[in-house]
Design a protein around this ligand. Sequence first.
Ligand code: AMP
Length: 458
Amino acid sequence: MRILDTLSGKKIAVKKPKNGLKLFVCGPTVYDYSHIGHARTYIIFDSFVKYLRFLKNKVFYLQNITDIDDKIINRAKDKNIRPEKLAKQFEKEYYTDIKALNINSVDKYAPASKYIKEIQKQIAVLLKKNFAYETKNGVYFQVKKFTNYGNLSKQNLSELRHGYRIEQDPQKKDPLDFALWKETKENIGWDSPWGWGRPGWHIEDTAITEKFFGPQYDIHGGANDLKFPHHESEIAQQESASGKKPFVKIWMHTGFLLINGDKMSKSLNNFITIREFLKKNSSSDLRMIALSHHYRSPINYNDEVLASAKKSLKNIEDFITTLKFVELNAVNKKGGTNIKKILEKFENDFKKALDDDFNTPKALSEIFNLINQINPKLWKLSKKEAIAIKTSINKLLKLFEINYASTEIPLKIAKLAQERQLSRQNKQFVPADRLRIKIERLGYLIKDTPLGPFVTKR
Ligand code: AMP
């Protein structure tokens, strides 16, 4: 399998290290409910890890939780509660939301506030090695000392200086220098050799990954917005602290989810939380939206995108329902429609798509290709063949945690269908037609197939 690495711009082979692959993905800042943009990123990494494990890779998936941050402190002030309490509440809500989306592949969640010792240790190393300096307001990383700063986001330092919102501290040597430790007068903080304060944002991730993975590891993920300054600064910190390069082998960045072309924001009132989405739609609807776009492309979420995901799910559901009908009514005992070969090619093409930079839309399109290929042969399938096709599709959809609704035909409808069939056999076509209309009015369709009448939901 190969993944496009943001730093080198090349597709890099994902190796299978003996002691397992180490993957870190930036977790949420917990000051509010998570939205469907977060979900897009976390669904991708969840499916990615499930696929790696399906290929028999051992993976350790680590995610931090940013539970110390200005946004948390400001929101807590507005609500007149302690920041720790607010962060704890939304950390819990985050776990509830991702569970509802069947995101369950993370091995370890690491809230930053639990790793202050490790954070301080890394800051001390950076000071000792002269990559950082102390001011009255805290400790800063001196960007000028790290020659590769800007390589990940493909910007040079003067471009960066120009476009960057400068952190307020006249004592900084360069506007680009970023905080490793912020002194504070507030009562949320920790003691440190540099005074009472709290860590900067970037250092929490490298301190956490160094603790669990050491100074170098395999894959680092997050959405595009984090390339600069967050990931750029992580590289600078960790490579300077350890002297080892590269910090990570592959940088994997997901595209943003936009709403009707805009960034989600409270002020535009276009913010859709995961739980709001799930009130009206299913987890599979959201997973289908995320996975039917390439992970690096933006998604412009709107009603059509949602409707198209629902339609794709309904097509799969209808196909599986038909296969179940064939399974029960097949007349062909021997098979012989080349299904084994077709399924082998289908599964191969599905994997080929994922192996080439985790192309999930291509992989999903292979399912629809299969459906189109099988449809003309449906009534000729044997029971065994119908089961094999169903099993193959289900196995691959399980990887993505996409579940379609299974259509159960209520007894009342099944009885009406039976009555209609009897009327037809007795050539009583007028009552048979009346029964068909009645069935349709009750929300079902009846189709006469070479294997007998087949009832589906409208
Ligand atoms: P945050 O809570 O903003 O720190 O974001 C947590 C994770 O979700 C990070 O990996 C972000 O890059 C990602 N993320 C945030 N907003 C979006 C979005 N609209 N679309 C895709 N990913 C996002």
